[in-house]
Structure formats: C-alpha cells, structure tokens
Design a binder for this molecule. Structure first.
Ligand SMILES: Cc1cc2nc3c(=O)[nH]c(=O)nc-3n(C[C@H](O)[C@H](O)[C@H](O)COP(=O)(O)OP(=O)(O)OC[C@H]3O[C@@H](n4cnc5c(N)ncnc54)[C@H](O)[C@@H]3O)c2cc1C
Length: 383
C-alpha cells in the first residue's frame, strides 16, 4: 500500500514510525526545510505516554521529561483558588509529564528512523478518484498514492483543500508563549513546582515547569483575532499588558528569554465532523486541534497515529479502515473537546461579574468528585 503522510510533527512522525513497525513504507513530507528545535513545552498524559511505550522510546521520555503531579489556579495576587493533586487521584496511573517539544520530536524522529522523509515539500494540488489520490508537490513532481494522511496541524491546508474553508472557530483570545529562565531570577524559589494558572479579568498566565528552573509561560489575553504584531514588540507588550500581577508573574516576565523567541497566536479550535473524505484522512490537530490551555493535543495526536496504524494493518478496504478509525477515535476526541470547553469557560472569562463569581464559586467545587470524573477519564483515554 502506497501511503503519503503530510506533516512531520508529533502525529505525523508517530504515525510514520508505527506504520513502519507494521511493515509499511510510507513517504513523509514536511513543509519545513529542516527539523529545527521548534516549539515550546508539551505535557503528555498517560494515553500519549502509552503510545511512546509502543514506539520503544518511553524510557527516554521519562529521562527527558518532568513529571507534574500537581496543578493549581490562583488569582492575580497569587492566592490559591483551586489546587489539584493529580497523583492522589491517579493511583496506578502515570501522571502527566512535561517535555520540551524539541526533545519529544527528536524521540519520534529516532523511532521513525528508516522512513523516507522529504523536507521543504508541500502539496500544491490534490486529485482524487475512487481508488487513489494524486498529489502535485511544490517541487513540480506528481505522484499517486492509495491514501493521504493529513497530519499538517491546526492550520491544515489539506483540510482546507479537501473539506473547504472556515473550519476554525476563533475565541477572541490570544496567547503569547515565552521561555522563562528561572535561574536568572532574583528569587528563583518563588516559582511554582506545578502547572499553575494566575487569572484576572480578561487575562491569565500559565506557568509550565520543565525542571532545572526552566518554565514555559503562556500569557493569555482577550484580543480580536487576526491582528498582527511584530516579534520585536512582543516583550514590551507582555510587560505592559501583564503589569500588576503577583510577584511570581512579575519575576517570570523579568526572566523571559527573548533570544528564544516569543510565540503569538490567536486561540481557536477545529470544528469539523468528518475524519476522511475519499482517500484523504485527517490525523491530530488537523482534525481536532484545540487551544493549548488544556495540554491535550499531543496525546490525542499520538493516539490517532496508533489507531490508524492498527486499522491499516488489518488490510481491509480503505473506506472500512477509515470508518473504523473514526469510530474508535470519536468518543475520546469528543470527550477532550468537552473538557477543553469546560476549561475555556473557567479561564477565558470576560467581565467583572463573571470574574468575581469564578473566584467565589471555584473553591467550593467538590474537587475530588469532579476530578475523579474529569481527570481519571482523561488519563485513561482509551483507544
Ligand atoms: C504553544 C503551544 C503549547 C502547547 N502545549 C501543549 C501541551 O502542553 N500538551 C499537548 O498535548 N499539546 C500541546 N500543544 C498542542 C500540540 O503541540 C499539538 O496538539 C500537537 O503538536 C499536534 O500534533 P500534530 O502532528 O497534529 O501537529 P503538529 O505537531 O503541529 O505538526 C504539524 C506539522 O505539519 C507541518 N506542515 C504544516 N503544513 C504542511 C504542509 N502543507 N505540508 C507539509 N507539512 C506541513 C508543520 O510544519 C508541522 O511540522 C501546544 C501547542 C502550542 C502551539
């Protein structure tokens, strides 16, 4: 079977490696001319870690990652509103662990060694018939495959070509993401040892620890989608917009490592019902991208890759294979989208009254009950 995978990110690489394990020889194309040390932090839940185990790289993941057994929400003054000890609830399960995206990417590249990969290549055109898909590439070549796996991320151009435009729904919020080098802090010990949100009206800050006093921070702000901003202006904007937060956030802003770049993106999610059309099948963020506030996208992409590889290995007619893939993935994906929305309504609050209510109501939520239901199901994430 001739398989083309478009996108050499988390889902595409995992899928290539899992297909190779099952005797396939996929071709993977990636738009970037080289695999640079791209990205920030990825938190992987047990469901995602299980896929790494199947790829034989779990031990290395454990070495390189930083387990995060706790999470919390605090107000802008740093007063705790809600604290969660995942480890208490997740007895018998692995807790979520944070890793640099570049490290995770390197592990997946290692797992996919031997796969034919072409960098700097994108798809210009797609033509389908009942039995095959023909693609025209940006290098002028043209080739025909049995199927095309679109693992080209949240802003998938393949999804747009095959399923049409307007498949993204914007939230009216944006996130700046920056590296925090806590070793340069005047008081490094004030930084949290857990994933921690600090929230105030129309703004939030998320600190994600990576060990060694290094953090990735997300600065969330209400902002109309589509506004552009020069990279050189971002630090100044963060300093202005997030002034007056508690000392931890102020210290974090002081320790932003600007040399590593500050990422800025409008928050959105993918809204589409289908998983495939003809011979083109979606995988990972291209099908169900959600904003990074829940830290779930990579685990889902890894699981998609495993399920699709397992179903392809059964060698049944392709549309049956795709239908089974979609049926196995839909419940999990719907659940994550539901969780993501709950977090959205908790974090992305607009207005004084709702902000006040959040701070009053949140501490009284029956935490254990709520989390047993919510988090346990997240961790189990069946495939
Ligand atoms: C700031 C930030 C923080 C995040 N934090 C977390 C977290 O803590 N936990 C978590 O689980 N998830 C997190 N995510 C989400 C996570 O990164 C994604 O869910 C995950 O990478 C999805 O994998 P993917 O393979 O679908 O897409 P990606 O990993 O985005 O890969 C897509 C690949 O396709 C390539 N590509 C794009 N277009 C084309 C084309 N036309 N042709 C060929 N190649 C193409 C891209 O260059 C890229 O390499 C975060 C995302 C962001 C932006």
């Amino acid at each position: 079977m001739k398989i083309l995978i478009a996108g050499g990110g988390i889902g595409g690489l995992a899928c290539a490696a899992l297909l190779k394990q099952r005797g396939f020889s996929p071709l993977l194309i990636e738009q970037a001319p080289e695999f640079k040390t791209i990205g920030y932090a990825i938190g992987l839940w047990e469901g995602g870690q299980n896929v790494l185990e199947q790829l034989g790289v779990l031990e290395k993941f454990v070495e390189k990652s930083h387990p995060v057994p706790r999470g919390g929400v605090a107000d802008a003054h740093g007063n705790s509103i809600f604290d969660i000890n995942f480890a208490e609830i997740l007895i018998g399960h692995r807790v979520s662990a944070n890793i640099r995206r570049s490290d995770l990417h390197a592990l997946l590249l290692e797992a996919a060694e031997g796969v034919d990969m072409r960098l700097g290549i994108t798809i210009k055109d797609i033509l389908q018939n009942k039995d095959s898909v023909t693609v025209e590439l940006n290098d002028g070549s043209r080739d025909t495959f049995d199927l095309l796996i679109a693992a080209d991320g949240m802003h998938s151009r393949i999804r747009e070509k095959v399923f049409g435009p307007r498949t993204l729904e914007y939230y009216g919020w944006a996130v700046y993401v920056a590296w925090i080098d806590g070793r340069n802090a005047a008081h490094p010990d004030i930084f949290p040892d857990k994933s921690q949100y600090y929230l105030r009206r129309d703004q939030g800050v998320l600190m994600i620890p990576l060990g060694d006093n290094t953090y990735v921070a997300g600065f969330l702000v209400r902002r109309k989608a589509g506004l552009s901003e020069q990279p050189g202006a971002r630090l100044v904007h963060i300093k202005t917009l997030f002034k007056g937060f508690c000392p931890v956030v102020e210290e974090a802003i002081m320790c932003i490592d600007e040399s590593k770049g500050i990422f800025l993106d409008d928050l959105c999610h993918v809204k589409i019902r289908e998983w495939y059309r003809g011979r083109v099948v979606l995988l990972g963020d291209s099908r169900h991208g959600v904003p990074p506030h829940t830290g779930l996208g990579a685990s889902l992409a890894l699981q998609d890759a495993l399920v699709l590889a397992e179903e392809l290995a059964k060698h049944t007619p392709i549309l049956e294979t795709f239908a089974r893939y979609a049926a196995r993935r839909t419940p999990n994906v719907h659940y994550i989208q539901f969780v993501s929305k709950i977090f959205f309504h908790l974090i992305f609050i607009h207005g004084r009254i709702l902000t006040f209510l959040r701070e009053v109501i949140l501490p009284h939520i029956p935490k254990k009950l709520f989390l047993r239901f919510l988090i346990k199901k997240l961790v189990e994430m069946p495939v």
